[in-house]
Structures are given as structure tokens and as C-alpha cells.
Write a protein that binds this ligand. Structure first.
Ligand SMILES: [Fe+2]
Length: 269
């Protein structure tokens, strides 16, 4: 693909997303959140992909996939007023359908189109589906890391900001109660991903976000996570009790090891 293709895609994305802004301040915040998220995911994916020494063409494919990865979010929000797939629609699949219907990628080679479509369609799957095409697996791993890194940014900001400045759909409508689920917390100790269906409170959601470190793929992603101190920011928003702080220590140690950051290097997690 050409760099002019990427410019065309960016223009199209900007025009498309503009059509979803309404006079309602809450809707605007939610749409804006996803537009900004998209740009940060693009930045993250290019950063990680460069460290993995991808070719210039692959870098552009990765950036295109990032640009369109949440395309389904806009229609999802406008139809259902939520970002919760389980009560609305699978936004990865919806995004791929929109790309297909609008025929946005028509000038690209078939293989490039397939890579982008599959990356969009499966970016939000619980785990990376098994593809014979290893390049497809690579792009999915890249988008999932780039996406998680920016979701952590959004949550860190969300938990720190006053209620009236928050984009309401971020917390998935979960009640902000002091309780948390032992099942979700145990995932942090067992080093596995927590499942969305186990969430009952906002605290569960925070714990699940922390469990995502066990699904990061690239060393640079761990480094970015460490540099941006996302773990501590989310941990600060959780109840300060031993059962939870113990899990936070395990996660920090895991990230330190994966990032190959020595504790005395001055990087705070
Ligand atoms: Fe997404």
C-alpha cells in the first residue's frame, strides 16, 4: 500500500466519525473518547511495530488496522448508547462489516485487505484465534497490545477525573460499590485473564483490567506500561486491603520481568 492510501483512510475516518457527534454533551464525550482512543492506538501500534522491525509496508498496514479497529464503536453507540458488546453487538465484527460494506480498502491487495479485516474483526476476541497465516497472528497481537495500552490510559484518567467530566460509557454501567469478586481477584494470583461475564462491580472491572498484563505480547508493550505507571494508577482506585495489594505486587513483578526493567532503573510502575 502507499502512504497516500493511509492519508485517504484517515480523511475517511474523520468524516465518518463526525457524523456521530450530536448536540448531547454526554454523547459527544463518548464519541470523542473513541476518536481520541483511535489516534493513541495508532501511535502505540507504530511504536511497538517499529521495535519489532516491521517493514514500512507492514507498518502502514498495522496503522490502518489500528485506525479502523474500533470503527464499529460509533454505530454501536449511536444505536445502543453503550460500549458493552454483551448487551448490544460485537463491535469488532460490526467494524469489519462496515469496512466491507463501504468498500474502504478496495485499492489494497487482497492479502493486505484480509490482514486488516481480520485484525479489526478479531481484535476484541477473548484470545487470539488460530490463523495459519502467521502474519495475521502478528497483527492481532500488535493491535491487542496497542489497544490495551490505551484502554489503561483511559481508565487511569477516568478513575482520576470528577464524575461530570467522565465519559459515561467507560465504566460499562457497573455499580461503583466497595465489593469485589473473589473469582476475578484470583485470576491476578493465578496469572490468567479475568472474564467479562464474572464482573459485578466497578472494582471487578479494575481487577480485570489489571489481569490484561497476562495477555501482553511484546517487550516494548511492557516497557510502555511500566513507563506510564498504569498499574499504580488503577491500583490507587481499588480498595487498599492486603488481598488486593498482594495481587498488585505480583503483577508489578511480572511486568518488571517482562519489560526487563531493573527495579533500580528509576522507572516507577
Ligand atoms: Fe475495541
Amino acid at each position: 500500500m502507499q502512504s497516500s492510501d493511509l492519508d485517504t483512510f484517515k480523511d475517511w475516518f474523520s468524516q465518518y466519525t463526525h457524523t456521530f457527534y450530536t448536540d448531547n454533551a454526554e454523547d459527544r464525550r463518548n464519541i470523542d473518547l473513541k476518536v481520541r482512543h483511535t489516534f493513541f492506538v495508532c501511535e502505540n501500534i507504530v511504536g511497538i511495530a517499529k521495535k519489532e522491525h516491521l517493514s514500512d509496508n507492514d507498518l502502514m498496514i498495522a496503522e490502518t488496522a489500528a485506525l479502523f479497529h474500533d470503527l464499529g464503536r460509533f454505530l454501536q453507540y449511536s444505536l445502543y448508547k453503550t460500549f458493552r458488546d454483551s448487551i448490544s453487538v460485537n463491535h469488532g465484527r460490526l467494524g469489519a462489516e462496515i469496512l466491507d460494506k463501504e468498500n474502504i480498502l478496495r485499492h489494497l491487495r487482497l492479502h493486505e485487505r484480509q490482514l486488516i479485516m481480520n485484525t479489526v474483526r478479531f481484535h476484541n476476541a477473548f484470545e487470539v484465534p488460530s490463523f495459519e497465516d502467521q502474519q495475521n497472528v502478528l497483527f492481532l497481537k500488535l493491535i491487542r497490545d496497542a489497544d490495551k495500552l490505551d484502554i489503561w490510559r483511559i481508565f487511569a484518567e477516568y478513575y482520576e477525573s470528577p464524575d461530570d467530566k467522565q465519559a459515561s460509557a467507560v465504566g460499562l454501567g457497573l455499580p461503583d460499590l466497595p465489593d469485589y469478586s473473589k473469582t476475578v481477584l484470583s485470576c491476578l494470583y493465578e496469572k490468567k485473564l479475568a472474564t467479562l461475564s464474572d464482573l459485578k462491580t466497578l472494582n471487578d472491572f479494575k481487577l480485570m483490567q489489571l489481569s490484561w498484563v497476562y495477555d501482553l505480547n511484546f517487550r516494548h508493550s511492557f516497557r510502555l506500561m511500566a513507563e506510564r505507571a498504569y498499574i499504580q494508577k488503577i491500583a490507587d482506585a481499588l480498595p487498599q486491603i492486603e488481598e488486593i495489594t498482594g495481587a498488585i505486587s505480583i503483577i508489578k513483578k511480572f511486568v518488571h520481568e517482562k519489560a526487563e526493567v531493573k527495579l533500580n532503573q528509576g522507572i516507577e510502575l
